[in-house]
Design a protein around this ligand. Structure first.
Ligand code: ATP
Ligand code: MG
Length: 437
């Protein structure tokens, strides 16, 4: 038994000893049946929040009228929620009231059958009021009750449905899917922050390409990332892109990323060609399609999109930067050493290599630029790409210079000489600078 489970079992036992019903609920029951280690444990109980607080003094009560208490044991946090029935939903986001009730009713207010299971912590016995066991076995994601009502109540469930289906590799039950399509517009009522959280969790999954497909097919993406829609049917020159349109190209790249690709990389791949539709022109002379400037405009668009979704500044900057530079890999073999080293010194460079790998891998299959940067990375690996400067601003001031554009240029030039290997010691570097003052 994991430590987290032992802690949860022990908390449930204390509730039971105090005369209450206490069951494991939701994700932890689902995950155990699937043979996965649950991320965390949730307990559903007949004890009221007040009673739970008295049994576990020092716990935190969260969202007081929702009746959830977070108890801690041996460093593990367990959510303890009173069995409840949600009152009516007015805003498509949360119930106006909740009343404490029975396990049967508590199961009914949960989102999907596989999330509506209970388990007796002591015996491990399954308590299934919603047919969740059968759906788990059949690998089906199905809304509890009437799907249309459930999505109308809480529009966040639309994205949760996609996330659970993709995480688990489950099919979505046809009636549940039809209701999702029908109620997709409800997503407009959900805050960008909550959308972003779910979207990010979908995008980092190994099967993120299926996730994107479901977000498109359901109509959900229209409400938070409509810029992706024109990628579909955006034709590209077949000699560079035999795989097809920009959407197909992007989707294959998402598939090619590793299972643990970081969020920034997944977002950069999704958005790297986002400006192809608005920059598309036909070069009549060359007889081919062009997307001039799609990297620069793409970086701007990526920034706008990610800001709208309230991503952190770090994520926004990294992703826009990666998008802005993705075409530069075409020129790496012609770059001077100093330029190449500066290019490679960016903190995002490892992610950029990976984007470039899947960019080529999903289209023309060229690997010469990739092989080149990988070889250079080895070649340069013994020393820092940007070594400590031979000459600093302080030296220039000592030589009577004052900060300004010329000052900056001198420092950059002397660094270039150093990166090119033409200046290797301070004495010569100082002499080189003095000659140019
Ligand atoms: P995860 O592994 O992502 O944590 P989980 O099933 O534990 O999966 P949570 O978001 O932690 O998901 O929620 C715990 C349980 O609460 C769910 O299993 C489900 O029963 C219920 N639940 C959570 N969010 C909703 C919702 N929006 N509508 C209905 N029930 C919900
Ligand atoms: Mg959970």
């Amino acid at each position: 038994m994991t430590e987290a489970r032992a802690a949860a079992v022990s908390l449930a036992r204390r509730l039971k000893e105090a005369g209450h019903v206490a069951l494991f609920a939701g994700g932890c029951v689902r995950d155990r049946l699937l043979g996965k280690t649950p991320k965390d444990y949730d307990i559903a109980t007949s004890a009221t929040p007040g009673q739970v607080m008295r049994i576990f003094p020092g716990s935190n009560e969260v969202g007081a009228h929702f009746g959830v208490v977070i108890a801690k044991l041996d460093g593990h946090h367990v959510e303890i929620a009173t069995f409840r029935t949600d009152g009516s939903y007015h805003d498509g986001r949360r119930p106006a009231t909740v009343t404490f009730s029975t396990p049967e009713e508590d199961a009914q207010r949960r989102d999907f059958t596989i999330n509506g299971l209970f388990e007796d912590p002591a015996s491990g016995e399954l308590i299934d009021h919603v047919g969740g066991r059968a759906d788990l076995n059949a690998r089906i994601l199905r809304a509890i009750g009437t799907p249309a009502d459930r999505f109308a109540e809480d529009s966040l469930r639309l994205l949760r449905a996609v996330r659970f289906a993709v995480t688990l590799g489950f099919d979505i039950d046809p009636a549940t899917w039809a209701a999702m399509v029908q109620h997709a517009d409800g997503l407009a009522r959900i805050s960008p922050e909550r959308i972003r959280e779910e979207f990010s969790r979908i995008l980092v999954l190994p099967d993120r390409a299926r996730g994107l497909g479901l977000l498109l097919d359901s109509g959900l993406i229209r409400h938070f990332l409509p810029e992706v829609l024109p990628l579909i049917g955006c034709e590209q020159p077949p000699e560079w892109h035999p795989e097809g349109d920009v959407y197909t190209h992007t989707r294959i790249m998402l598939e090619m990323l590793g299972d643990h690709a970081p969020l920034e990389l997944c977002l950069a791949v999704l958005l790297h060609d986002i400006a192809k539709p608005p920059t598309r022109t036909f070069d009549a002379e060359a007889g081919r399609i062009r997307f001039n400037g799609h990297d620069a405009l793409g970086a701007t668009m990526a920034g706008d999109i990610l800001r709208r979704l309230r991503y952190s500044n770090d994520v926004i900057e990294s992703v826009s930067f990666i998008v802005s530079r993705h075409m530069q890999f075409m020129h790496v073999q012609q770059m001077r050493v100093s330029k190449l080293k500066r290019f490679m010194a960016a903190p995002t460079f490892p992610l950029e290599i990976e984007l470039h790998r899947v960019d080529c891998g999903s289209s023309n299959g060229f690997t010469d630029n990739l092989d080149f940067v990988l070889a250079k990375r080895d070649e340069f690996s013994a020393a820092p790409l940007i070594p400590p400067p031979l000459v600093t601003g302080r030296d220039l001031i000592a030589l009577g210079q004052s900060p300004g554009p010329r000052f900056k240029e001198l420092l950059e030039n002397v660094q270039t000489e150093q990166l090119e290997g033409r200046l290797t010691d301070r004495g010569t570097a100082l002499a080189w600078v003095k000659e140019r003052i």
